[in-house]
Ligand binder design. Sequence first.
Ligand SMILES: NC(=O)c1ccc[n+]([C@@H]2O[C@H](COP(=O)([O-])OP(=O)(O)OC[C@H]3O[C@@H](n4cnc5c(N)ncnc54)[C@H](OP(=O)(O)O)[C@@H]3O)[C@@H](O)[C@H]2O)c1
Length: 343
Amino acid sequence: MARRGILITFVPLKICITGGTGFVGRVLTRQLLDAGHGVRLVVRRPPRPVLQARRFPMMPDFATADFSSSASLSGAFRGHDAVIHLIGIIGELGSQTFERVHTDLSRTVMEATRDAGVRRLLHMSALGTGAQARSRYHQSKWAAEEIVRGSGLDWTLFRPSLIHGREDGFTRLFARISAWSPVVPLLGSGSSLLQPIAVEQVARAFVGALGLPEAVGRSYDLCGTERLTLHEVIRTLLEAEGRRRCLFRVPMGVARAWAGVLEATFPPILRRAPPFSRDQLLMLEEGNIGDGGPADRAFGLVHRRFADDMRRLAGRAGVDLAVDPAGARIIDNVAPGRPGGAL
Ligand SMILES: NC(=O)c1ccc[n+]([C@@H]2O[C@H](COP(=O)([O-])OP(=O)(O)OC[C@H]3O[C@@H](n4cnc5c(N)ncnc54)[C@H](OP(=O)(O)O)[C@@H]3O)[C@@H](O)[C@H]2O)c1
């Protein structure tokens, strides 16, 4: 539509997502579809139809691929405008090590993206990565970043702090513990700082980056505006759940020994990654804060108080968060303000 020399265009894009079935991927898929883009989720196995209908009522396209084969992935990516690579793990299980899932798999995805002739790539990393990172999670994420930076693609990197929202692993873990236990463990001193960000804002940054040529070749920290200690985060979660619980401080040395036992028992006996590991404790000790200003300005992110978000989530389980009590759409679920999907 041309009016007084201004041309407003919207270019719907065809986007492939890896890791789209996860916590972040589901919210991002909904925002992309809401914004008018086409979405294909590239998955290792298709979700069961019942789960698919519940989690993806807007029905993106699903394509199954072999993630160890760049030929298989490039077949799934071909004909698309951008690839969003979200895959990541927080706990290791058997051959699913950080190096395999974060670094090796990212290399395969980069090759496949190039082979498919797709130029634009949005890559999910994590706050705390760096050449000097101590945890293997962060080291493997950093190695993946190096591959992305050397890929020759039009890349954008995102490094979020702790992401919260319905169904996130961290708040669910504490909700589960506090549901049956009168005491809740606080691992280590609890004084390390976190900057939690709502999952809707993380998704909003990804959607926004697709329409922002200046985002090419840039890395963005994604963090809320509040810097909270781990102690404050857990207290806030408990308050939001309306549960009075005693916080039981577990010294870091004891927590490490505990994690070692969980690592040795969970994978072989329960075939599950341990609920927490020594690697995660290392990250917890380091804290997880950054500078979210550039992303806030570039993508128009809006942050609520963590306590308000937690109360909203705890009090409204089972209700679609896309709608507020008055029936109006809530601000963090609207499609990004930028019209157009220029690459
Ligand atoms: N959540 C946070 O607080 C946080 C903070 C910073 C960074 N991140 C990063 O954000 C990304 C998304 O996190 P999330 O919380 O959404 O994770 P999530 O819920 O655990 O989802 C992980 C996704 O990765 C897929 N996946 C895992 N291993 C795979 C493999 N070997 N091959 C193919 N697909 C595989 C899963 O597919 P299936 O459905 O097949 O299992 C799922 O779609 C990750 O890279 C994570 O490191 C998360």
